[in-house]
Ligand binder design. Structure first.
Ligand SMILES: *Cc1c(COP(=O)(O)O)cnc(C)c1O
Length: 396
């Protein structure tokens, strides 16, 4: 069994994952059972019914808690289910939330179309600085919600500074740590109160399972456990097992994701067909210094604005051979997407434009393939996009 001072990969491989008490199985079994036989009414081994608790899910929760440096963790059937449970467990109608505007589209939709009718007011800060967030905090603010790096513009938010803003107002800071993963960044150690994940992304890591989790100190997790059981958006044992299997290799995958992305960002920056590269690992990125402080490395996500706007962007992302045109991120395979029409289509066009998500923006989830092959793939697709752009201009 791991010690609490063991390092990241040791915790990832061993936390919550001792030999199975019933059989000695070295790998946590998939407990495919909905119920548990009791010796006498109420006399059982800690499990009664699998919405309430399942050993495979417990292993996943213990492992994630260890990786985030949390006292406790609750796993959910999706990242949005984890977000929803966090909000409903800690807020009531009439409360206010302050969020950084550059937000996962589904989180924005949840806040505006589910929680707003329920009575929650969310104020969005267009610039992600602690001062801009502080300005929106009022007497009814109970919770601050940030992602960092942000999606899709990869802005960096200073977690320690925003934690101070939240705590001065008596509010909680929740950080959606999906883009960084606990390997690159541990928000609780920087002062955040709760950390939320879409485990669908880097934690699962193989684009084969949807899931979510929330972690934090026990007092804040109790009402979330209540919601996990009372509302019931729990992951099945097979989903929990797949996620746990993915987590074992998180550190080695993140090292490679980051190295590949750093290489590609530096190359894209010099490419004629690229107007702008958004990557926190570039020294000129506005959040670079903060990212160096709060992250181990800069992650696998890059956004680029290609020359030629929407037409060139669409041509670029339909011309790759290895990068699959797909939503989502964080898997071993490289993906390419168009935020304006895909991940962020649920945000109204005027709001999108105001936030800088223009039609020329393309988001890359850099996988762990050989970087030379990825670079050649992007080079060919950019050439195809530029060719079409020049043809169109000549015709006009
Ligand atoms: C994907 C994602 C979510 C939502 O997670 P699901 O597992 O798709 O429900 C939330 N936040 C971020 C940053 C994401 O990328």
């Amino acid at each position: 069994m791991p010690h609490s001072d063991d390092r990241f990969s040791t915790l990832a491989i061993h936390s919550g994952q001792g030999a199975d008490p019933a059989t000695g199985a070295t790998v946590v079994p998939i407990y495919a059972t909905s119920t548990y036989t009791q010796a006498a009414p109420g006399i059982h081994r800690g499990f009664e019914y699998s919405r309430t608790g399942n050993p495979t899910r417990t292993a996943l929760q213990e492992c994630l808690a260890a990786l985030e440096g949390a006292e406790a963790c609750a796993a959910f059937s999706s990242g949005l289910a984890a977000t929803s449970a966090t909000l409903s467990a800690h807020l009531k109608p009439g409360d206010e939330v302050v969020a950084a505007a550059d937000l996962y589209g589904g989180t924005y939709r949840l806040l505006e179309r589910v929680f707003k009718p329920w009575g929650l007011v969310t104020r969005y800060a267009d610039d992600a600085s602690p001062a801009a967030l502080a300005q929106l905090v009022g007497a009814k603010t109970r919770l601050l919600w940030v992602e960092t790096p942000t999606n899709p513009l990869l802005r960096i938010i200073d977690i320690a500074a925003v934690a101070e803003v939240a705590h001065r107002a008596g509010a909680l800071l929740v950080v959606d740590n999906t883009f960084a993963s606990p390997y690159l960044q541990q928000p609780l150690r920087l002062g955040a109160d709760l950390v939320v994940h879409s485990t669908t992304k880097y934690l699962g890591g193989h684009s084969d399972v949807v899931g979510g989790a929330v972690a934090g100190r026990r007092t804040l997790m109790e009402p979330i456990y209540f919601h996990q059981n009372a509302v019931g958006a729990v992951p099945g044992p097979f989903d929990a097992w797949l996620t746990l299997r993915g987590i074992k290799t998180l550190a080695v995958r993140m090292e490679r994701h980051s190295a590949n992305a750093e290489h590609l960002a530096a190359w894209l920056k010099l490419h004629d067909s690229v107007e702008r590269v958004y990557y926190p690992g570039l020294p000129e990125h506005s959040g670079h210094e903060i990212a160096r402080r709060q992250m181990r490395s800069f992650g696998g996500m890059i956004s680029v604005r290609v020359r030629g706007g929407r037409t060139a962007a669409l041509r670029f992302l339909t011309s790759t051979r290895l990068f699959s045109l797909a939503e989502s991120l964080g898997g071993v395979e490289s993906l390419i997407s168009h935020p304006a029409t895909m991940t962020h289509a649920s945000i109204p066009p005027d709001v999108r434009a105001q936030r800088g998500i223009d039609d020329g923006l393309v988001r890359l989830s850099v996988g762990i393939e050989d970087v030379a092959d990825l670079q050649a793939d992007l080079a060919a697709a950019l050439a195809a996009a530029a060719h079409r752009f020049n043809e169109t201009n000549k015709a006009a």
